[in-house]
Each structure stands twice: as C-alpha cells, then as structure tokens.
Design a protein. Sequence first.
Length: 331
Amino acid sequence: MVVQWAPLSLPMPRRRQTASILFWIVSIPILLAAFVYVLFTPRYAPWALAYLVFLALDPSPETGGRRIMLFRKLPLWKWMKDYFPIALVKTAELDPSKNYLFGYHPHGIIALGAWTNFGTEASDFAGKFPGLDLRLMTLQTNFNLPLWREVLLSLGICSVSRRSCDNILNRGPGNSCMIVVGGAAESLHAFPGTADLTIKKRLGFIKVALRNGSNLVPVFSFGENDIWDQVNNPPGSMIRKIQAVFHKYLTFAPPLFFGRGIFQYNVGIMPYRRAIVSVVGAPIECPKIENPSAEILNEYQELYLAGLQKIWDDHKDKYAPNRKREMAFIA
C-alpha cells in the first residue's frame, strides 16, 4: 500500500480543524491520565479523593447538568464542525412554550453529529430554535469518568435515565431533551452508505414523551454513518459475539472502526472529511398520558417512524446521493 501523505501546503484553517478533532479524540485518556497522576501524588491525593466523593454524591447528571453557554460556544466546536463539515437543517418551527423529546438517528460510531449540533452551539442551535433549552442525553457510565464528566456537564449533557428525562421535561416551557435512540447496539450497524436503524423495539423514549406530555421530534443525520469505516461483523461472527458480550455486561458495544491518519489519508483513528447534515423534522403532538397502553405506544411509534421516513424521502437525494441502500428500521 502506497501511503498518501497530507501535503505540507495545507492552509492553517484545515490544520486547526484536524487538531481540534484529534484533541477531542484524545481528551478522555488525557483527562483520565491527569486524574490518576493527581490521585497517586501524595501532595494532591486528598483533593483527588475528595473529588471522588463529590463524584459519587453529585446529582447533576440527572438534574440538568451545569451548562455553561460560554463553554458551548468555544471556537473548538466550530473548528470540529468545519472539519467535516457538519450542518443543522430546520424544517419546522418549534413552539418554545412546549416541551420536546428529540430522537436522534443514526447513532453512527460515536454520534458526532449529535455532539456538535446539539451538545454545543457550533451550528447555532439556540439561534435556530429560540426559547428551547435542549439537553443531549448519554449513558450514565460516561459520568463515572473523572474530569471528563465535567466537560459533559458544562455542555449541559445529562444522563439518559428515565428520572433525568422526567426532571428536564418538567422544568418548565422550552425544556427539552435529545436521546440517541439506537444506542450502542446501533453502532454495530454503522457502515458507510447505509442507514439501518435499531428502533422497532425502542418504545421507552415514546413512553417518556407521553408520560410528560412532550412532543416528539425526529432528527436524522445524513452522513453520520459515513465518517468511519468498520470491520465487517455479520451476525454469528466471532467479532459480533464478542461485541454482544460487551453490550450485555458493560452497556456499550465497541465497534472495530478505522478512518484516516493525522498526517496521511490511508488508515488511522481520525474520521474522514465527509459531510454530516442533521435534519430536524416536524414535531409530533403527544397528549399527557400517565400510563400509556401498548396500543397507544405503538400508535405513536408509527407516527414517529412516519416522521423519520418523511425526512429520509425528502432529503436523501440531496444529502445521501451515494447511498448503497434505503433506510431500514431493524430490531
């Protein structure tokens, strides 16, 4: 294989974009290493231990986080957005006097479109949807990582538990949350040119919306599955079996993905420079039903799937012209 090196003449903005993505990728191990260093340094160990106690007692992941708008507006996030680039498309007005539960699709390898468009202000979410106070939701296990959890909380990212969603949706008009519905299981289906959504059995988010009387908003990100390649893992393969064990016991399934390098374009951990476009669909009105029946859940799931299908049908030729097959709703 002939290595295709990045040219030395690349303009500074492109180098800055690449550096921002690399910084984001290595931030978790850097922060964890820094914490371990502090923990095992006698001079600082008491502070680290006190922080661990704080971490165990802090309810912020389930009470709305500690969002700092200045942090959400850091230039770093815009550099990340421009690397691909990533865009946010609004197709309908959302009344700020109501609450919304956004569903994000697909998960992709890491849901970078969700992080950039809805976890930060890189695409000016607050300007496009004035009056909405949106919280992106993620697994509780992410808040067990020292220091990294502070990054998440500062962006307003919260735990995806039912209690957390209820707390946010009941804080008053405009308070809303976003769930990446397919979760870790869907990441195993994240192959370029495809859109296989793990959603048929995902009724929990619909139940949360109905219990709180919050309108459902489907969001589809074209290109989310395209920014990394993944080692083939068909059902029954050894790779898939190992991934299934991880998902069962650790709540996440590690996809074996790869992309380009930092200084070359052949192979590495960096994502490809391929566009991601998050299209926000029309809201689905939901009544407040404390204990929705299975029939009602299925009824609103069908409405939600129809909303997702409309986004796909209306925008696929523009944002997914090189798709290998049509969007599919799988297990």
